[in-house]
Design a protein around this ligand. Structure first.
Ligand code: SF4
Ligand code: SF4
Length: 198
């Protein structure tokens, strides 16, 4: 099953949450967080209602769940990792089991087309997670899709793993240096990223 609705990238969608739902889907029926609290620890949250640094368990977390579940901030009500949204991801991909936390994010572009909307795969502890078949299969799965950059992240630093450097340069404008197949792929990406044709 195709985990990504690429066509949604070209639609005009009003909120970031709507875009994530259109691309990846809503919550998978019957899939629950269980004992996982990885997002309550790994993520940096900086909203009016809640501020917490990355890689520190939220003060409201009991260790097995949210201690203020009924009154939790709106950011916590809408946020879901991609394991909760992509049905084809197996049970053992739950972040506390796999050590990999997947999410869709929006960045400050600063002119970088790959920072607008992307998938990030965070290792929750160390870089050996990036050597597992689980991680490699994930990157392979997302790499089948044009238009959604993928980053790997550890200790707050992220590096882009899809598209690769050669294709990324072609997409960025250096397309005259590219071979024909890279050039064709770059044009597809540019369309998805809504970049002006050259
Ligand atoms: S990381 Fe995913 S599975 Fe774990 S608590 Fe957060 S939303 Fe639930
Ligand atoms: S308020 Fe609750 S859901 Fe939100 S980060 Fe803290 S523990 Fe997690």
């Amino acid at each position: 099953m195709n985990p990504v609705n690429k066509d949604a990238l070209n639609k005009s969608i009003s909120t970031t949450e709507d875009l994530i739902v259109h691309v990846f889907g809503g919550p998978v029926a019957g899939r629950e967080c269980g004992e996982c609290v990885m997002c309550c620890k790994a993520l940096h949250i900086d909203t009016q209602e809640l501020k917490k640094p990355p890689d520190v368990l939220c003060v409201h977390n009991t260790g097995t769940g949210c201690g203020i579940y009924e009154t939790r901030p709106s950011v916590c009500r809408t946020w879901l990792c991609l394991w909760r949204r992509i049905e084809t991801l197996p049970q053992h991909m739950r972040p506390d089991r796999s050590g990999l936390l997947l999410s869709a994010e929006f960045g400050h572009q600063n002119g970088d087309p790959f920072q607008k909307f992307y998938v990030i795969i965070r290792s929750i502890d160390n870089k050996s997670r990036f050597e597992t078949d689980l991680y490699k299969n994930l990157v392979r799965m997302f790499s089948e899709h044009v238009g959604i950059p993928v980053y790997a992240s550890l200790d707050g630093k992220k590096r882009m793993v899809h598209p690769d450097d050669r294709l990324a340069n072609a997409i960025r404008m250096d397309i005259n240096c590219a071979d024909p197949s890279t050039l064709a792929k770059a044009r597809e990406w540019r369309k998805c990223l809504q970049l002006t044709d050259v």
